[in-house]
Design a protein around this ligand. Structure first.
Ligand code: NAD
Length: 470
């Protein structure tokens, strides 16, 4: 990461102001939308494994309560502060509005480097932070629902759910207090992959418009596009994997320890297996090593996917960025000034509030599943398969031709939970891109501004229709 400190909430609000200039909305209403409604900061002690006591600081920001519950990730990160949490909560408000997920925006963080704590210590930190939120009425299926983010995953979400259930005995909807849980603890199939899969859909949609590809000097379609991915965590790994499966060539991968480059393409799963067995992606057979990981961002490529942390493309390195398309897998990876410079050079930026919205979209599905207490597809799967069998039998009778066993199996299969979730995710990402692109063309703006115009318009309508209490 670069060392430039860029206050992130101010960055988000620059994007907001740029988009708001295209909307005919009262300044007071815009101020109401823009403000972060509340930020809770807490310091609490935990006992380390060696018996010493350490005071830990955490935050939960709720940016907008025009829809409830509020929703947003919960991260473990060593440099996080109130500004960052507020900015990320604001992005969640706009992201949810953009993909029609009926939540307000929130974000939570605990300032630690999780690599420096044992699993037991991380569990105590997570449970105590969960208690602090619960005690202030800042956690619950109808109030505020966290999800995985940088440095956290299904394990931490299961601890949050278990702590909440313990504190709220008899709460029948307790599973819906957090999303991104393991599937065996009320999670939904497809959530772990959802953000990265959504990044892939975003890129696939962007590459599908011949005019837009001509503008950046590329041919339509993902096939053969040379792609660099930074960060091989939840978002980066899945994005790289689905982009590769979709026909893209992953020419470089960057992690904390360095980056690897191979113009012929890197097999993502083989690199992951190598990293799991050696502890590093360096020394991957056939790849050239880049010792300074951030230099991978500057490689000659068609598509760059920053999927680690914010502020990785700043005025320090923007002039060396060569990618024609940047898909923001991470939240806020490009500073507002750097973003303007890239746009001026004709780079197509697919903004975070759209590109990584697959995560919250499938979190919404998980929350709905938890409130309905039933797996998607359970009621109708077999019924649909029987109906399909009857239709096939009718076709066979009419034509006098029998289907092969394979053709019969394919035609009669009905969707289970995973297929339904993936279909809902794809529909959401495809529809949202079409909406964004039409605003982009109609207004003559960049995609990020189009995304903010769309989101602000929807949030404004919600605030106007609800009015102000009292
Ligand atoms: P993660 O912790 O699973 O992965 C992050 C990865 O980035 C890790 O592998 C880490 O080692 C790597 N990394 C850290 N510093 C790096 C550096 N200097 N260079 C290269 N790699 C580096 O986190 P995640 O959940 O994948 O989140 C990544 C980003 O995506 C964050 O900005 C997060 O807010 C955003 N996001 C996540 C989700 C989600 O569902 N998890 C949803 C939307 C947005």
């Amino acid at each position: 990461m670069t060392t430039s400190h860029v206050p992130m909430f101010a960055q988000v609000n620059k994007y907001f102001d740029k988009a708001a200039a295209h909307l005919d909305l009262p300044p007071g209403l815009l101020a109401q939308i823009k403000a972060c409604n509340s930020v809770f900061r807490v310091s609490f002690p935990i006992k380390r494994d060696d018996g010493t006591i350490e005071v830990i600081t955490g935050w939960r920001a709720q940016h907008s309560v025009h829809r409830l519950p509020t929703k947003g990730g919960f991260r473990f990160a060593p440099q996080v502060d109130e500004d960052e949490v507020s900015a990320l909560a604001a992005l969640m408000t706009y992201k949810c509005a953009l993909v029609d997920v009926p939540f307000g925006g929130a974000k939570g963080a605990v300032r630690i480097d999780p690599a420096k704590y044992s699993a037991g210590e991380l569990e105590r930190i997570t449970r105590r932070f969960t208690y602090e939120l619960f005690a202030k009425n800042l956690l619950g299926p109808g109030l505020d629902v966290p999800a995985p983010d940088y440095g956290t995953g299904p394990r931490e979400m299961a601890w949050i759910m278990d702590t909440y259930s313990t504190l709220a005995p008899g709460s029948i909807d307790a599973l819906g207090c957090v999303t991104g849980k393991p599937v065996t603890q009320g999670g939904v199939r497809g959530r772990a992959e959802a953000t990265g899969r959504g990044v892939y859909f975003a890129l696939r949609e962007a590459c599908s418009y011949p005019d837009d590809m001509t503008s950046v000097g590329l041919t339509p379609g993902l096939q053969g596009k040379r792609v660099v991915v930074q960060g091989l965590g939840n978002v980066g790994y899945h994005a790289a994997k689905y982009i590769q499966e979709g026909g893209g060539t992953i020419v470089a991968l960057a992690e904390r320890e360095g980056a690897i480059h191979n113009e012929a393409g890197l097999d993502v799963d083989a690199v992951m297996a190598h990293r799991a067995s050696t502890g590093s992606l360096l020394k991957f057979p056939g790849a050239v090593e880049i010792a300074l990981s951030s230099e991978a961002l500057e490689l000659d490529c068609d598509v760059l996917v920053p999927a680690a942390l914010e502020n990785v493309i700043t005025s320090d390195n923007v002039d060396r960025i060569k990618a024609k398309i940047i898909v923001e897998g991470a939240n806020g990876p490009i500073t507002a000034d750097a973003s303007e410079r890239l746009l001026a050079c004709g780079t197509l930026i697919i903004p975070d509030i759209y590109a990584n919205a697959g995560g919250v979209t499938v979190s919404y599905f998980e929350w709905v599943k938890n409130l309905s207490h039933m797996r998607f597809g359970r009621m109708e799967k077999r019924f649909a398969e029987r109906s399909n069998e009857r239709i096939l039998a009718g076709v066979e009778e009419l034509t006098g031709t029998k289907f092969s066993i394979d053709a019969r199996d394919t035609a009669t299969a009905a969707a289970g939970e995973e297929e339904l979730v993936n279909s809902g995710l794809e529909e959401t990402m495809v529809a949202a891109y079409a909406e964004l692109r039409s605003i982009q063309k109609a207004r003559g703006v960049d995609l990020r501004t189009a995304a903010f115009i769309n989101a602000i318009g929807k949030v404004a309508m919600a605030y106007q229709q609800r009015g102000i209490f009292p």
